[in-house]
Ligand binder design. Structure first.
Ligand code: FES
Length: 571
């Protein structure tokens, strides 16, 4: 098979001429024949002025290039899409699949024997790993790493669990305008990803557990010199992989690796988004994520990491306590240590090197867990025939079994318009329901599942209510929140049949979520809203990428990838 610059020649009908032309153009950039004869390591550039979570990417690229060259390879940096959570309209999830397609095609189209993907903010690592799984070129992932913590009035703060908590306090009138502005400047004090166990940290930890990145890559803070050295080491290793031709993602993304990822997702109190992303990644391989198996795993895997939002600490504390190698060591037999890693050996080699930090309290033992069972549960019932998820580690225990009256918002704009209306008929025991906020409904399945508590309820000191939607939720959020209700209401799911005043029962221990309305009445409502004729394409999906998204996006239980992007044998 051709390698280096000879790989994937542009088609002109004359391979020798294609290579001649390619060399002529690249020499315009000053490359020597010696450089052009080396194995090539591509490096993605996801730096962007719109993405402060990737603010250290230029330094990481420089270090990765140094590592590649120290090992005798030729680094070639190329741009791809970069997505920041709060700079993506309508949502970052809407764009994840576009980034995955872009990254996959650029890996395929350009000559490279191995590739380093550098990313961090929530959707970037999932998109890059989906791309790597499909392109199946030897790949090392370098996460950008978490921010360091902020401080305010003697309190440690972090994006974005504390963003939400303090904003709620502001809404309740406990924090005035001037103070919330001060807090605004202290929540994200450095470049890097959110430093709680949000989606970015979750995916970085899972990536390490699946053996796709070097040890400690999930937790080293973004501004630390250690992260730059990690990028250099990743460059060296990628150059070796460019020569040896492996391991490829298909050799690392095994059933055991996915099981390890799901175990870690439960044990770290990870983001619910991680489940959607892992499902999408698995569907790019011959393997699948089984939601019920994930739920069973949750009954045997304890939450061991004391990190917000499920616990008290932040990512840098996790790192200084020993990081992922120490966590996997403490998970013992729950982790399959025979899984291969991109470092060349197995997880057993990495766990064998785990640092034991005396006196640390962030990574607990199985005998002294944060929670005796995992972070998440899968719910089913007549309200969610294909499943819903609840992060019960970050919920109010008293609400995990609850029956209440539904207060329904038919869309995000409807919720925004009415939730703080003093005349809204709502009490603390009610259940807030948000419809039409799923993959197609909103569109892009926004992180609107963390419905705000109505101001008049907040004013009474109530901080949590049961909330149900087909939306997602930031991994940084806290509350008794049922998410990813599937099928979504905009796709004919029963969530769309709920009316204000209906009774709903949440039974987390029993894994049930039920609408207490008889089937005849539900059928009557269904027939009332049944579409006549060909369903109209909504205005937002009239053309371009939005049209592709609307017509082909899958539901949450299938990872929200495009149907045609799965491996053919998964379709
Ligand atoms: Fe980028 Fe949180 S906004 S990781």
């Amino acid at each position: 098979m051709s390698t280096g610059l000879r790989k994937g020649l542009t088609s002109y009908g004359d391979a020798s001429f294609s290579l001649f032309l390619r060399k002529a153009f690249i020499k315009a950039a000053g490359y020597s024949d010696d450089a052009l004869d080396r194995p090539i390591v591509g490096i993605t550039d996801t730096s962007s002025d719109y993405n402060p979570c990737h603010g250290n990417v230029p330094a990481l690229i420089e270090a990765a290039k140094r590592g590649v060259m120290l090992a005798g390879g030729l680094p070639m940096v190329f741009p791809t899409i970069s997505i920041h959570e709060s700079f993506a309209h309508p949502t970052s999830m809407f764009l994840r699949n576009l980034m995955a397609m872009d990254t996959e095609e650029m890996i395929r189209a350009q000559p490279m024997d191995a590739v380093i993907v550098i990313g961090g903010c929530d959707k970037n690592l999932p998109a890059q790993i989906m791309a790597a799984a499909s392109a199946d070129r030897p790949t090392i992932v370098v996460p950008t790493g978490p921010m360091v913590v902020g401080h305010h009035r003697g309190e440690v703060l972090g994006a974005c669990t504390d963003c939400r908590r303090l904003w709620s306090s502001h809404r309740a009138g406990e924090i005035d305008e001037a103070e919330i502005e001060t807090v605004n400047g202290r929540l994200a004090p450095s470049v890097g990803t959110c430093m709680v166990m949000g989606t970015a940290s979750t995916m970085a930890c899972i990536t390490e557990a699946m053996g796709l990145s070097l040890p400690m890559s999930g937790t080293i803070p973004a501004p630390h010199a250690e992260r730059v050295r990690l990028a250099e080491a990743s460059g060296r290793r990628a150059a070796e992989m460019a020569v040896s031709g492996g391991p490829r993602p298909s050799e690392l993304l095994t059933p055991g690796a996915f099981r390890n990822a799901l175990t870690v997702l439960q044990a770290i109190g990870g983001s619910t988004n991680g489940l959607i992303h892992l499902t999408a990644i698995a569907n790019r391989t011959p393997h699948r994520i089984d939601l019920d198996a994930f739920d069973r795993l949750g009954r045997e895997v304890p939450v061991l990491i004391d990190l917000k939002p499920s616990g008290q600490h932040y990512m840098e504390h996790f790192h200084h306590a020993g990081g992922m190698p120490q966590l996997m060591k403490r998970l013992g037999d729950l982790i399959d240590l025979d899984q291969p890693t991109v470092a060349g050996g197995t997880l057993r080699d990495i766990v064998g090197q785990a640092e034991d930090v005396p006196g640390q309290t962030v990574i607990r033992s199985a005998e002294d867990p944060i929670k005796p069972v995992g972070a998440m549960a899968i719910l089913r019932g007549n309200l969610a025939p294909r499943g819903a998820v609840i992060k019960h580690s970050a919920a109010s225990p008293a609400l995990l079994q609850h029956e209440g009256r539904a207060v329904v918002f038919t869309s995000i704009p409807d919720m925004a318009a009415r939730v703080d209306d003093p005349d809204l008929d709502v009490s603390p025991d009610d259940i807030l329901v948000l419809q039409n906020a799923g993959p197609k409904g909103a569109p892009g399945m926004p992180e609107a599942g963390y419905l705000p508590i109505p101001k008049k309820i907040l004013a009474n000191g109530v901080k949590d209510m049961v909330r149900i939607s087909d939306a997602r939720m930031s991994g940084t959020a806290f509350g008794t929140i049922v998410l990813h209700v599937t099928p979504e209401s905009a796709d004919g799911g029963p969530l769309g049949l709920v009316r204000t005043g209906d009774r709903i029962r949440l039974d987390t221990p029993g894994r049930r979520i039920d609408l207490l309305v008889d089937e005849a009445e539900l059928e009557r409502r269904r027939s009332e809203q049944a579409p006549t004729g060909t369903p109209a394409t909504p205005d937002w999906a009239a053309r371009g990428y939005a049209r592709l998204y609307h017509d082909t996006v899958l539901q949450a239980d299938e990872g929200c990838d495009f149907a045609f992007m799965r491996r053919p044998d998964q379709a």
